[in-house]
Design a binder for this molecule. Structure first.
Ligand code: XMP
Length: 513
């Protein structure tokens, strides 16, 4: 077990994930956890994450020197690196010199941590303060233009740290640096795999649920399918899946999900047609967060109704609701300490307060690619495991403007064409997600068949991403874009213009709302 101490960075979970990628099991603990409690978990090593604070700020999280008392290996990153330096008697200064983003780090005598790395590497930095003097016993192994001490180590005591962020993708050799700490300095064994996560979750679910019955929000997406399959593995017959057709689905989606999921698992599946209810409540609503709240609320209401029906069949009460919430949803809803609220994803932030179920969220600490691995582990078919993500609120957040049946029809048709062509081009796996957005309140003039048109634009938003936390616009071939554009303007009434979104995330988000 490696503990990642969260100092309030969006990066803590990313660090934990990289440690798992190195096949070492990791857990995140808040920096407020007393050190005795951390050490009582008997960690093989402790990693201190970055954080938004400066060590000088009033109320900045302090590092308890007791952490170093038992000889546990410790690795400090960014803020963690500075806190470590300060606690062990080094000097941290606020030099007024900041480094943000890409920085060239120069490796000196590489020591153990940086052995085998090139003399210079591009690293992702984000700091205002800098370590000006390493603590006694430490050797300095790297520097950068604005940080004379950018990495240090005291291998005899199992201590090391770096000013940069080895966990982010843009840092060269980041994973290698982490692995070198874990293996060469902390002596961890690389034996942990996804099988362990399945076993662990199965045990945990059994323990939590007991003999109660459970219902699952099955949407057909990767997340809920994997979550349901996991829960089914744990408790079998006690689980009933409920598929809600909220009327915001894509073309043919309901039939396809029901057919595929029942074929792949023999889960109890109940289909609820709630189209009128959802569309009724959404009528005239244009604010994205309002849409999410309404959909979140109606979702739970629908489940409660399904529960009452299921209750009529004899057995123990239904007490739990499974949701396929992933870590990025948790972070972006302000779930990580110090992380800002960007969008309230309906399966986290928009939950009503009068919730009658307890939630089971077996994927809450996982990233998408990890969930896919779990899905494969559970024997789900590739078409399901590799399906593109689709947001819970569905097409409602792909209509900029109020939602109604006619607009849904437009975006459904355009979306079907875009996905069909992407698949035909064999590019499904190159694209993370391919939203098609209808700008329902925008009209532009066009000309078609000698006549003037005054229709709506749709936006193509193909993106590539690793985990939806950051994304880049996909460079789809022009021929493919052309086919999609021609087909949409020809085949979808009301649409006379197709535009391409070339914004990365940040500053954009993947969805338009
Ligand atoms: P954004 O638009 O925030 O999307 O960059 C990140 C990922 O989350 C999906 N998404 C949602 N999923 N409920 C969900 O279950 C939501 O309210 C929601 N909003 C966005 C989005 O499709 C992308 O995969």
């Amino acid at each position: 077990l490696v503990l990642v101490v969260d100092f309030g960075a969006q990066y803590a979970q990313l660090i934990a994930r990289r440690v798992r990628e190195a096949k070492v099991y990791s857990e995140i603990v808040p920096h407020t956890m007393p050190v005795e409690e951390m050490l009582a978990k008997n960690p093989k090593a402790v990693i201190l994450s970055g954080g938004p604070s400066s060590v000088y700020e009033e109320g900045a999280p302090r590092l308890d020197p007791a952490l170093f008392a038992q000889g546990t290996p410790v690795f400090g990153i960014c803020y963690g690196f500075q806190a470590m330096a300060q606690t062990l008697g080094g000097t941290v200064a606020s030099t007024g010199q900041r480094e943000y983003g890409r920085t060239d780090v120069t490796v000196g005598d590489p020591g153990v941590l940086l052995a085998g790395l090139p003399d210079s590497l591009r690293a992702w930095m984000s700091h205002g303060d800098e370590v000006t003097l390493a603590p006694e016993g430490f050797s300095v192994t790297a520097s950068s233009p604005r940080a004379t001490v950018a990495a240090f180590e005291d291998v005899d005591r199992g201590l090391a740290g770096v000013q940069w962020h080895p966990e982010v993708l843009h840092t060269e050799h980041g994973q290698k640096v982490l692995e070198r700490f874990l293996v060469e300095i902390a002596g961890c064994r690389q034996t942990w795999t996804m099988v362990n996560i399945v076993d662990e979750q199965v045990d945990h679910i059994r323990e939590t649920v007991g003999d109660a019955r459970v219902i699952c929000a099955l949407s057909g997406g990767v997340d809920s399918s994997v979550a349901a399959a996991l829960v089914q593995r744990a408790i079998g017959e006690q689980l009933t899946c409920v598929f809600v057709d909220h009327g915001l689905l894509r073309k043919g989606e309901r039939d396809q999900v029901v057919r595929d999921y029942v074929a792949a698992t023999d889960v109890n599946l109940k289909v609820v047609d709630a189209r009128e209810q959802f569309l009724g409540h959404l009528k005239g609503v244009t604010d994205p967060e309002e849409k999410r709240k309404i959909i979140g609320r109606e979702f739970i209401r629908t489940f409660e109704a399904a529960e009452r029906e299921i209750l009529e069949t004899p057995g123990t009460p239904v007490k739990f609701l499974v949701q396929g919430t992933l870590y990025p949803d948790v972070v972006e809803s302000g779930g990580g300490e110090g992380a800002a609220n960007i969008k309230s994803h309906h399966n986290v932030g928009g939950l009503p307060e009068d919730l009658e179920f307890s939630l089971i969220e077996p994927l809450r600490t996982l990233f998408k690619d990890e969930v896919r691995q779990v899905g494969e582990q559970l024997g789900l078919p590739p078409a399901m495991v590799w399906r593109h993500p689709f947001p819970g609120p569905g097409l409602a957040i792909r209509i900029v403007g109020a939602v109604d049946e006619q607009r849904l029809e437009i975006v459904r048709d355009a979306d079907a064409i875009a996905r069909e062509e992407l698949t035909a081009a064999g590019l499904d796996r190159d694209v993370w997600q391919f939203p098609v957005v209808l700008l329902a309140d925008v009209r532009s003039v066009g000309v078609q068949g000698d006549g003037r048109t005054y229709g709506h634009p749709v936006v193509l938003r193909p993106v590539s991403s690793e985990d939806a936390m950051t994304a880049d616009w996909s460079r789809l071939p022009y021929e493919l874009l052309e086919r999609i554009s021609t087909r949409i303007t020809n085949e979808v009434n009301e649409v006379n213009r197709v535009v391409l979104d070339i914004t990365s995330k940040p500053p954009g988000t993947i969805e338009w709302e």
